[in-house]
Design a protein around this ligand. Structure first.
Ligand SMILES: Nc1ncnc2c1ncn2[C@@H]1O[C@H](COP(=O)(O)OP(=O)(O)OP(=O)(O)O)[C@@H](O)[C@H]1O
Length: 250
């Protein structure tokens, strides 16, 4: 695909005895949001972390036409692949402002200042707390800070690991509203991992369903927003069927 941003081919991850991710293949175009859905332990985070180079893996990861499979995490980060851990992984002892600076350590002062303005415009909640220790923020604010820190590095692909984790439904909605705004205005490319089908369906235009380390289904934008698609995904989570919606594209 000429407009392909990310192409993952036969990705496998193992921690000890057996693989927890088995030959996962997926692809997405620039300027789009895609999701990896599935229940606890399905292998979603391991897949995302392997794409970022945070876990040793087998298979190929091609990013903007370049095979990055052998590159270190730092080199992939430099290429624009930015992993955003779930919100509570911000540096609690540093201030909000310092956490944001961490995300843009290698850029010049002018770029840093303009990105910071952009992030604080998107997340006014944290703009009012710049000098507060990040550990004192609410769960939702910490998630916004984690996303903001990711945006500070000028990502070409944001890998979002369960942005809804541990948040009350109202806060999940708020975080996803902001992501939608950022997506619209910045043409953000993102691959997100979610257990919350509802949250992911608002933003993603395609999703893969994982179960026991395998991709067991794929949903397009229409299926993601339909009642039937939702039911198919839930069935796939639970293993009731192995063929969510259309065939998984090669
Ligand atoms: N660092 C690790 N060492 C050993 N096993 C791990 C490690 N990380 C994950 N696992 C195991 O790998 C499997 C897949 O975990 P993973 O976190 O990728 O799933 P997930 O779909 O993201 O689930 P969750 O939503 O609960 O995070 C699980 O059985 C998990 O226990």
């Amino acid at each position: 695909m000429s407009d392909s941003l990310l192409q993952v081919e036969g990705l496998s991850v193992r921690y000890g005895a057996g693989p927890v991710v088995h030959g996962v293949s997926l692809g997405m175009a620039a300027g789009t949001v895609a999701a990896l859905l599935g229940a606890n332990g399905a292998g979603k985070s391991s897949t995302l972390r392997a794409i970022a180079g945070l876990e040793p893996s087998q298979g190929r990861v091609v990013f903007e036409g370049q095979d990055v499979s052998r590159l270190s995490t730092a080199a992939r980060f430099k290429a624009g692949i930015v992993y955003v851990p779930e919100g509570r992984a911000i540096v609690a002892d540093l201030s909000v402002s310092e956490n944001l600076t961490l995300g843009s350590y290698f850029v010049d002062a002018g770029t840093r200042a303009s990105r910071r303005r952009m992030v604080l415009d998107f997340f006014p909640e944290i703009a009012n707390r710049l000098n507060a220790p990040a550990g004192l923020l609410s769960g939702g604010e910490q998630q916004m800070l984690a996303i903001g820190r990711g945006l500070m590095s000028g990502p070409r692909l944001l890998l979002l690991d369960e942005p809804s984790l541990g948040l009350a439904p109202l806060l999940v909605a708020r975080v996803y509203e902001r992501l939608a705004l950022i997506q619209q205005q910045q043409k953000l490319s993102a691959l997100l991992v979610e257990q919350s089908f509802h949250a992911a369906a608002k933003l993603a235009t395609q999703a893969w369903v994982m179960r026991h380390g395998h991709i067991v289904g794929w949903l397009d934008a229409l299926a993601l927003r339909s009642r039937e698609g939702r039911q198919q995904a839930i069935d796939a989570y639970l293993g009731a069927r192995q063929d969510t919606n259309t065939a998984v594209p090669a």
